[in-house]
Each structure stands twice: as C-alpha cells, then as structure tokens.
Design a protein around this ligand. Structure first.
Ligand SMILES: [Zn+2]
Length: 288
C-alpha cells in the first residue's frame, strides 16, 4: 500500500524546500501526461512530503501551459491526501497589504484555456465545489499563519484569471465590485482537480502587490512582484515547517470521498481506455 503523504505545490518564488531531509526526486509519467517537474520527496517532522513546483524549476511554464491534470495525478499516485498550495496573488482590497497572507475560502473562475477535469471522453462526474477548499486544512493554515505573527486574513474570494498578462484596469475594477479579495492564475484549476482526485486542498495566498486598481499606485510590474515574492517565500518555508506536523495525515474529511455518488456514467458505458486512464484517480469506484 502506498504511504500517505502531504503535498506542497509551490508557486512563483517558491521552487525548493530546504527543510526536507532524505530527499529523492521522482519523474512520474501519468495517464494525463508529464507533470511540471520532478516531484521532490523528503521527510519533515517524521512525515513524507511531496513537493512540486507548479511552474517547473526555473519558472518555465506559464499558468496556461501548466499541465494541472498531470500535476495532481502525479501527487495522487504518490499517495498524497492533503495539498498545501503556496501562491502569489495580487490584492484587490485596501486592507490586504503586500506581504499579507490570505487563506481564501472561495473562488471565481475567469480561466479560458485549460483542462480542468479528469472526467472526459465518455465518462462524466459532477463533484461538489460549493466549498472548494478543505475546511479542516484551512483551519490549520490560518492558525499557523497567526502563530508566526503574519498579518493573516481568514477567508476571502480568490479570482483565478487566465493570464499571463495582468488585468486591465476595467477588469480589476469589475472584480473589486464583485467583492473579490485576491487575484491569481493557478489555484482554482488545482482545487477543481484535487477535489475530483479526493485530495484535501487549501491555499496560502501571499499578497505581492495591489494589482492595478489602487489610485496613486504604480502600475504593477513583474519586477515589483519578484521583490515581494522573495520575502513571501521565506515566510512560506517557515509556515510549511509548522503546518506539516499539524496535518491530520490519517484522518478522513469529506474531501476524501468527494467522488462517491458523483460519477453519473455507468461503468459498462465507459470506454476501456478511459477506465484505464482514470485508474489512479477513481480506480476504487470502477472495481468489479
Ligand atoms: Zn477536507
């Protein structure tokens, strides 16, 4: 039986975790293609942690070019049951300052060019996404951010845009009128797939800038963002060391049975090749 693991998806600014010991790298091939990079597997606080930099080392894949299905499938194949996502975001609210951390509880989707479900080509599943983040994991993230003394926002809506360009001013103002808290380019796609793969998922969203809506604010540039990314990455690394020992690795939450009663296609009607491809994700629902 596969060992249970905690996954960490690193975003802009976070491309390695020095706190892992006894590390090894695994290049995995999944039925959905190749993940962004080798997964680094190591020990932290007596637990197995699988770290995947979602843009690849050296930040070579844009948010539209990341193979999210392969990334989530690779973590699932390794035995990951909980994913801590670390992500850089723009702030859409005055009170969320650069270098603050938000633990969002909702999403709005503004992506356009992505594969965001495992269930295609002859099999349909409708998982619940009303609460797209794991409530159990969120609580731990919020508690540890506060313990570290970071300016922490518990809850908020993450708007996931396609990118790679930043927003227009009109878009930014529209999103603010929707009550959005932060804007990013990757996490909703991951959260959708993690839910389908029955992995609990929650996000540490580190604010780098005020997007472009704020009057008197310089236009957001990649350079400004990168300077804050480095500071955020240091906080993220400390937080991972605190969060990993607190995750209830063996516990079951509703995320771990999200597919139960969600697959609407009869097994007999699913093409054999599709059944085979779904084995790492939904194999237990298709057993005879
Ligand atoms: Zn959960």
């Amino acid at each position: 039986m596969t060992q249970k693991m905690i996954g960490v998806c690193g975003g802009s600014g976070l491309c390695r975790l020095e706190s892992l010991t006894d590390t090894r790298e695994e290049w995995l091939s999944t039925p959905f293609g190749e993940p962004s990079d080798a997964v680094v597997i190591g020990r932290l606080a007596g637990r197995q942690v699988a770290f995947l930099p979602r843009h690849g080392r050296g930040h070579v894949r844009s948010p539209s070019e990341v193979n999210y299905r392969a990334n989530i499938c690779a973590l699932k194949m390794l035995g990951v049951r909980w994913i801590i996502s670390v992500s850089a975001v723009g702030s859409m609210r005055e009170e969320i300052q650069p270098l603050d951390v938000v633990v969002p509880d909702q999403f709005i989707d503004r992506t356009r060019h992505r594969q965001d479900t495992f269930f295609t080509d002859g099999v349909v599943a409708h998982v619940g996404l009303a609460d797209p983040f794991c409530a159990e994991l969120r609580k731990i993230l919020v508690a540890k951010c506060r313990e570290l003394g970071l300016s922490t926002h518990d809850g908020g809506t993450y708007l996931c845009m396609e990118g790679p360009q930043f927003s227009t001013r009109a878009e930014s103002e529209l999103y603010r009128s929707w009550g959005v808290s932060v804007i990013g380019m990757t996490n909703l796609t991951e959260a959708r797939l993690a839910r389908e793969a029955e992995i609990a998922y929650a996000t540490l969203a580190f604010s780098t800038d005020y997007d472009c809506w704020r009057k008197g604010e310089e236009t957001v540039t990649a350079e400004m963002v990168v300077a804050n990314l480095c500071k955020n990455a240091q906080n993220a690394k400390k937080l991972i060391e605190m969060i990993v020992p607190a995750v209830p690795l063996d516990a079951e939450c509703s995320c771990h049975s999200a597919l139960a009663n969600s697959i609407v296609t009869d097994r007999a009607d699913v093409p054999p090749a599709v059944l085979h491809r779904l084995k790492p994700i939904a194999g237990r629902y298709f057993e005879n």
